[in-house]
Design a protein around this ligand. Structure first.
Ligand SMILES: [Zn+2]
Ligand SMILES: [Zn+2]
Length: 277
């Protein structure tokens, strides 16, 4: 869990980078000042912009506010699949309004999480998750914004619901954690795969294989901070400034120059999220 080990030392700078999926609030940012300080730490090592993601309604309000405080911050809003049971009419109405904000660049994270039901008190049941996922897919299409997927142990059903509902033009699998078969299926559908610190874990053999077969145009990089701190800092608190560790590990797997991979993923993030260059 975050917080048990000291914060990782800052990596050698690697620029330009965009953290495609992070949670500034869960990292401890509370106000304009602490958001700016967190992005300053990231910018000092080349991570000039971040997309902060909401997983409940409070986090959605915070993400949109943070994106208005700091021009280097963009937002994505949704109810996390494990919270899909909170998607009542009032919540839908407020999420719709938040998602339409000009600083919101994606609808997410939504999708399916088959790991937590039965283990976590209050976790949404699978039926509620599917219903919530369908609603977010429709919202992304109506707003013409990318859909950001959270998929945990639900490869088959995530693809099936997307196919059945009709996928939005842009679909991003955040923290892609599946194997080469799933990566191939996603690539064939034109989906985007975003890789986090887990690709730097030496025992993640299937994921590391998957990372090698994603075309340059379909790849993003993210921290998912404060979780999933890259090797060799596993267990320490993660923050957007740690992204260069992951990009260097991913570049090594793919046989690419880290500077080239940084430029490729930044151009992709600008195109996918429609950010100014
Ligand atoms: Zn997630
Ligand atoms: Zn996340």
């Amino acid at each position: 869990m975050p917080g048990k080990r000291p914060a990782p030392e800052p990596p050698e700078p690697l620029a330009p980078l965009i953290d495609a999926h992070t949670h500034l609030d869960a990292c401890g940012a509370e106000d304009a000042e602490s958001v700016a300080a967190m992005v300053d730490r990231a910018a000092a090592v080349g991570v000039g912009r971040v997309v902060t993601i909401a997983d409940d309604l409070d986090a959605a309000r915070f993400a949109v506010t943070a994106a208005h405080w700091d021009p280097r911050v963009y937002a994505a809003v949704a109810l996390h699949p494990t919270r899909a049971n909170a998607l009542d009419d009032a919540t839908r109405a407020e999420l719709e309004k938040l998602a339409a904000d000009e600083r919101v660049v994606a609808v997410g994270e939504t999708g399916l999480d088959y790991y937590w039901p039965g283990k976590l008190d209050g976790c949404a049941a699978v039926e509620d998750q599917v219903e919530g996922f369908r609603w977010h897919i429709d919202l992304a299409k109506r707003l013409d914004k990318p859909l950001m997927i959270h998929n945990r142990e639900a490869d088959h059903d995530v693809l099936a619901v997307l196919l059945d509902e009709g996928a939005p033009e842009t679909v991003i699998f955040h923290c892609f954690s599946s194997d080469a078969n799933m990566a191939q299926a996603c690539v064939a559908e034109g989906y985007v795969l975003s890789f986090s610190g887990t690709v730097s874990f030496k025992n993640a053999h299937e994921l590391r294989d998957a990372a090698t077969l994603v075309p340059d145009e379909q790849i993003l990089v993210e921290t998912d901070a404060p979780f999933l701190t890259p090797h060799p800092f596993r267990g320490a608190p993660n923050e957007p400034y740690c992204l260069p560790y992951t990009v260097r590990a991913l570049a090594g797997l793919r046989g690419q120059d880290p500077t080239d991979l940084a430029a490729i993923t930044t151009a992709n993030a600008e195109r996918i999220y429609r950010l100014p260059r």
